[in-house]
Write a protein that binds this ligand. Sequence first.
Ligand code: AMP
Ligand code: MN
Ligand code: MN
Ligand code: MN
Length: 283
Amino acid sequence: MTEIYDLHCHSTASDGALSPSQLVQRASEHGVTTLALTDHDTLKGLSEAQIMADALGIQLIPGIELSASWEKKCLHIVGLGIDPQHPALIDGIKQQQQIRIDRATKIAEKLAKKRIEGVFEAVCATAGSDMVTRLHFAQYLLQQEYVTSLQDAFDKYLGQGKSAYVSTRWATLEQTVSWITASGGIAVLAHPLRYKLTSSWLKRALTAFKQVGGRGIEVVTGQSSIDDIQRSLQLAKRFDLLASQGSDFHNPDNPWVELGRLAPMPAGIKSVWKADPLAATLN
Ligand code: AMP
Ligand code: MN
Ligand code: MN
Ligand code: MN
């Protein structure tokens, strides 16, 4: 049987459309043999996902995607093979959750100034006890017809520098990587080409990431072009990082991204799933 690894995706525990069990089911239907659930700043979906993974015989890697501040920029750090019971990780996540709630309040205040009222209550109602993300805001704006698409919501209101953008101080790169590492996981820089960093800034970021113990980088994502993969591969080689791959699946309605649908990983680079401590937990 061919092994298919998808090490980055989201459930309703953060901004995904499918419940953890629906997500695992869909991954299995699309041939995924090893899946990492990596919700934004939460571990909440993992236990439900594990039950379905056991039932369907697919391997689940406990994961997370942490937002990290570095040089006033926000980087996304995926943790793979973390221990969801680890106190340092749990405490860290609590801080991130408070930051998300504070930020959501401020985003709603900015939208209220644009005569878009009651958004905080609305997004909290949809997110429930799950993580509130900007995608929840975008979905609300779309549903209420303030915008014509999710992209439009980011372009008009939520994107960096737009009228309802709130610059946020997340945990530091050092903190996020240390929580992941302390809990037995491998820290991976998610989607390196999506930060709109110049090549020299990206290299600085990777230097900093390595310095604090980062070990991997996503080389193949659900939306990578051949060119993107080559660029990310060169970065992986230059910084001696393990290569990861993941779709970053959020929603079955997006035809461009599907669970397990990834371009092949180029040869000549070590994959993150072949490195310990992660490899030791897989069969
Ligand atoms: P947050 O972590 O709360 O800042 O939310 C970021 C999330 O918003 C990302 O993980 C994506 O799921 C989503 N997102 C960001 N930019 C866009 C976009 N242009 N269109 C649709 N979704 C987006
Ligand atoms: Mn997201
Ligand atoms: Mn991300
Ligand atoms: Mn993601």
